[in-house]
Design a protein around this ligand. Sequence first.
Ligand code: GLV
Ligand code: MN
Ligand code: MN
Length: 398
Amino acid sequence: MTLPIQPNRFLSDLHSLRQFGAAGVGKGVQRRAFSEADLASRRWLMDQIENAGLTPHMDACGNIFGLADGVGPLIGSHTDSQPEGGWLDGALGVIAGLEIARAAKEAGRPVSVVSFQDEEGRFGALTGSSVWGGAMSLAEADALTDDSGDSFAAARAVLGKTGDDVDPARFSGFLEMHIEQGPSLDLSGEKIGVVTDIVGIRDMRITMTGQQNHAGTTPMALRRDAFQALSGFNVLLNDRLRNVVTPQTVWTIGHVTLHPNASSVVPGRVTFSMQWRDGDLDRLARMEAVIRDVLTTIAADCDVTVEPSEVLGIDPVPMDPALQKALAQAAEAEVPGKWRKMPSGALHDASNVAQVLPVAMLFVPSIGGVSHTFAEDTAEADLVTGLQVLARAATSLL
Ligand code: GLV
Ligand code: MN
Ligand code: MN
């Protein structure tokens, strides 16, 4: 059996979705979870699902499902974006899922589609799928806050009346297509990556408090400068992690708020994000121990107090062998010899869905290996190849 997928309809829907929050040069998007653009795009997606003859359903987190009648594969990803994102990160997996579910409906077969909410972590990390997969309760998610202090509970209140939780037993497995967001496929010229496992992540917010003071009159030796403390922390951390990490390990300080952030004031307080990722659970824990140790050293050296938040995290997750095989066979049939198996250094909703369903993922190339920026892009022919591989794999599961 072949599902009657229509590549042009799929590409046209991808471009339509990009109009919600279109920004920047190229094909950039600003569609933060629960922003006006995100909410408008969710209404649009519900309409597309209805037009496809599937049942639209939004749960309390704002996760959107397009439900087929009968048990079958669930396909999707997320449609929210980073503060400055591209048109494909997440959107590709959802619109591919929509096209395959629509074609399956036309063929009388059950394929459902999903768009999880807040994958990009305005509030936490993969919030919508964390709740759906059971890693976090709705009450725990509600207590999460964004960088401005707004809560997930307040953000989702705008959804009004929402539906019940969707039972994972409606689905036989989960498939997620995504752009690679790294350079491997683009450099090798291969067209498809079949994901073997997804790395684990740890994320925390740290506040360092010193003494706000006059930048002209406070002698250097008497300062308790929060920026100097952060800068010392960063240098010492890079040094101390060297014996713990591998070339695949990554860590990032990506968000910093300095107070009062004025050129003539010794900064009294800094709050920053500290994130680290690795495929090995034990290494993630050893890195946390180093981070805490360095914080203690810096607190003493710079005479600041340090307050680390609770650590949020998602553990490394292997992909289901049978679903990986279905994707590998589909890749070999569509692009013989031009695909590879590879791990994912980016996080994906599949990590959470793996708690309740067998999951697998495939990647298509990212031009120049860039993502989480307006410049993110993929050749449309490669997007269509990904759709064809995904549809073939989904068909083999029906
Ligand atoms: C998800 O976008 C991630 O940060 O890996
Ligand atoms: Mn994504
Ligand atoms: Mn992303």
